[in-house]
Design a protein around this ligand. Structure first.
Ligand code: ARG
Length: 463
């Protein structure tokens, strides 16, 4: 099946239009219409620059700029008719501009190619998403700080291997995620700063013979400077890769927190109660309240990192400069961006809504011989024992408590002395969970004062 009319934009040398399958594999309008606003911003900046440089007339530039606003309003109000025959957003916009303003529309593409145009549009789109991600991460950090502040000194078990290790505070655990998201935030800002060079004016690959002003278009579009090599400008998609890898690492963090919420909200743990607003029920088991949002957030890393992998593989081995393979960049980034934003928003809502169950946390904090290290440390300090020996003595006491089916503080002094004669009554002062966390005063430790110090520091950073 062939389409008899050749493409109005590039069909000069073509006698026949493309096969329907050719059109289906070639057209990107189905997804790149999401860059309409960026495309129109870029074209308006380009038209102004062409006029300022005397390459087109002021009248034509003004006609083009006004016409593009009309196109934008048609797109925004949903009256714009997209055409797959026109392949992509760039040619759809230009073709409609021609219908609206006539001949001057044909002058817009002077000193420009779709190659620098698409690189510019896509960069602007990704930059907007980085800005949105920055706001969403900041909001989630705020939510976590609120949780940390409320429970800065609430004790809970700290785990390694998901086995009780040492007591920590709820605030400390929340602040661990604040640190992760803080790094995500700095990755977002780094990526934005690094990507902020304008490809516009690189034209097809070699630059242009027209006396364009690339600084002017860069400035008009909020870029820091024009990119310095035209071949690189049209073939660079590092900004998309950095966006996806930044999103991936952040999604790993969200997934780990989501996993903890799934465990913590179970009947066996009861560390947190998730709000009804962020839970679902079961169609058969009436008692169920399921943490679906957390589970879905936990899963999002799959598609986000999948997008990162896919684009890496698309780009590897592409010769310079533009190849149509690069059109495969957008759907990956769009999907990853949508799901990253959704995961951030859902986690934000869940974190702000959930309540930590102070009593369950405290009850669990003391179980599993969680203050055994405190006992060993006491032996080192009070009895001047080498740590390895203290570890051995404590191990014997743990075995004894396990046999007696009690916790370490429930052993009598006589029982303790049967393992090591020099142990005194003073040892009991370090065996409570509160004493344990209060003693962890080293910088970055779980002592409530340290946790409050870190909360205050983050409040200052965010202010
Ligand atoms: N739709 C294309 C893309 O997304 C635009 C660039 C087309 N350039 C070309 N030389 N065919 O990559």
């Amino acid at each position: 099946m062939t389409n008899s009319s050749s493409n109005a934009m590039w069909g000069g040398r073509f006698a026949a239009g493309p096969d329907a399958i050719m059109e289906a594999i070639n057209a990107s309008i189905g997804f790149d219409k999401r860059m309409a606003r960026q495309d129109i911003d870029g074209s308006r900046a380009h038209a102004s620059m062409l006029a300022a440089q005397g390459i087109i007339t002021d009248t034509d530039a003004e006609t083009i700029r006004e016409g593009l606003l009309t196109v934008l309003s048609e797109i925004e109000t949903g009256t714009f008719e997209y055409s797959a025959a026109l392949e992509d957003i760039h040619m759809n916009v230009e073709a409609r501009l021609k219908e609206i303003v006539g001949e001057p529309a044909g002058r817009l593409h002077t000193a420009r190619s779709r190659n620098d145009q698409v690189a510019t549009d896509f960069k602007l789109w990704v930059r907007d998403q980085l800005d949105a991600a920055e706001g969403a991460i900041l909001s989630l950090i705020e939510g976590l700080l609120g949780q940390a502040e409320a429970g800065a000194d609430w004790v809970m078990p700290g785990f390694t291997h998901l086995q009780t290790a040492q007591p920590v505070t709820w605030g400390h655990h929340m602040m661990a995620y604040v640190e992760m998201l803080g790094r995500d935030l700095s990755r977002v800002r780094d990526a934005r700063a690094r990507m902020n060079e304008s490809p516009l004016g690189a034209a097809a690959l070699a630059g242009t013979s027209f006396p364009i002003d690339r600084d002017a278009t860069a400035q008009a579009l909020g870029f820091d400077r024009p990119s310095a090599n035209s071949l690189d400008a049209v073939s660079d998609r590092d900004f998309a890769l950095e966006f996806l890898s930044t999103a991936s690492i952040c999604a790993v963090h969200l997934s780990r927190l989501a996993e903890e919420l799934v465990i913590w909200s179970s009947a066996q743990f009861r560390f947190v109660t998730l709000s009804d607003r962020f839970s679902t029920g079961s169609s058969i088991m009436p008692q169920k309240k399921n943490p679906d949002a957390a589970e879905l957030i936990r899963a999002k890393i799959g598609r986000i990192f999948g997008a990162n992998t896919a684009l890496m593989i698309v780009l590897k081995g592409l010769p310079l400069a533009y190849s149509k393979d690069m059109q495969e960049d957008k759907e990956q980034v769009f999907d990853a961006a949508d799901n990253w934003m959704l995961a951030l928003a859902a986690m934000d809502g869940m974190v702000r809504d959930m309540s930590a169950n102070r009593d369950s946390l405290a009850a669990a904090a003391g179980s599993g011989f969680s203050t055994a290290t405190d006992l060993a440390d006491w032996c080192v300090r009070a009895l001047n024992m080498p740590f390895r020996d203290a570890h051995h003595v404590t191990g014997s006491l743990v075995a004894m408590a396990e046999k007696e089916n009690c916790d370490l503080p429930d052993l009598t002094l006589a029982q303790m002395q049967s393992v090591h004669g020099e142990i005194t009554q003073d040892v009991f002062s370090v065996l409570t969970v509160d004493a344990s966390v209060a003693s962890r005063t080293s910088f970055g430790g779980t002592a409530p004062d340290q946790v409050r110090h870190q909360i205050a520091r983050w409040r200052e950073v965010l202010a």
